[in-house]
Design a protein around this ligand. Structure first.
Ligand code: ZN
Ligand code: ZN
Length: 247
């Protein structure tokens, strides 16, 4: 029996990565800011008219097609992107690692990411890795303004079995939740219209039925997903996004 799965804390990388990134593929610092720093750019059509999602995955952990379709629908209800949301998917080699730290993930992104925010296209990097996070039972994490990681083995071991939710539902929940952080939720780059940040779990909503709730138990989360729909944003989170340029 799995014990705890955190729907993920936001992990923000500090200075080291954001100031002096002179790699040729990243000629500016548009993709090396902290989580939530580009919330308004995601939500409004002002600067960027489309979102490009570059997905990369290690062998055995290709993204679930239904989850990506659900993610697209989720984003389309929230962001003003007249030129749409586009995906590309490419495999990368197996890591050979047994666990990943965020530094490991950051290094992989630096070595493999080829698509960056440019012109009127806002680029996001989503990496599916083949080993768990250093902290057990973490499903995924938003770690920069346009960067997410999904821990493939943790998603698959918590879905698809007897008395477990489907992989599509769990993966959709994680993707939508992490993108919610990129959109600035909760109180993470998108200002709250009214106070609803969970006092004991920073950057998360205080409504236990909201997508942005910091849910701590797998059994609870699995039960919720098994018997009910994928969690959605509550009225408070939606109001925040609308006030910051979203739909
Ligand atoms: Zn979270
Ligand atoms: Zn909420």
């Amino acid at each position: 029996m799995k014990n705890f799965v955190f729907l993920i804390a936001v992990i923000i990388l500090f200075a080291q990565c954001s100031k002096k990134d002179n790699t040729p593929t990243s000629s500016n610092n548009l993709n090396t800011k902290s989580v939530g720093a580009s919330a308004k750019e995601f939500l409004s059509a002002g600067t960027y008219t489309s979102i490009n999602v570059q997905l990369q995955y290690m062998p055995g952990f290709a993204p679930d097609a239904a989850a990506l379709s659900n993610l697209t629908n989720f984003l389309n209800t929230l962001v003003n992107k007249p030129a749409g949301i586009n995906f590309s998917q490419t495999p990368i080699p197996a890591s050979g690692k047994s666990v990943f730290s965020i530094d490991d993930i950051s290094a992989l992104e630096k070595a493999n990411r080829t698509e960056f925010t440019n012109g009127n296209v806002l680029s996001v990097y989503v990496l599916y890795v083949d080993a768990p996070f250093t902290t057990a039972n973490i499903l995924g994490a938003a770690y920069r303004n346009t960067s997410l990681v999904i821990f493939g083995p943790t998603v698959t071991s918590n879905s698809g079995g007897i008395n477990q939710t489907t992989r599509a539902k769990l993966e959709t929940t994680v993707l939508n939740h992490e993108f919610g952080h990129l959109l600035g939720l909760t109180n993470l780059g998108t200002v709250m219209v009214s106070q609803h940040e969970d006092a004991s779990h920073k950057s998360h909503c205080n409504n236990s039925s909201c997508l942005m709730y910091f849910s701590t138990q797998t059994s609870m989360m699995g039960g919720v997903l098994l018997s009910g729909p994928i969690p959605v944003l509550d009225a408070n989170c939606k109001a925040d996004l609308t006030a910051n340029g979203g739909k």
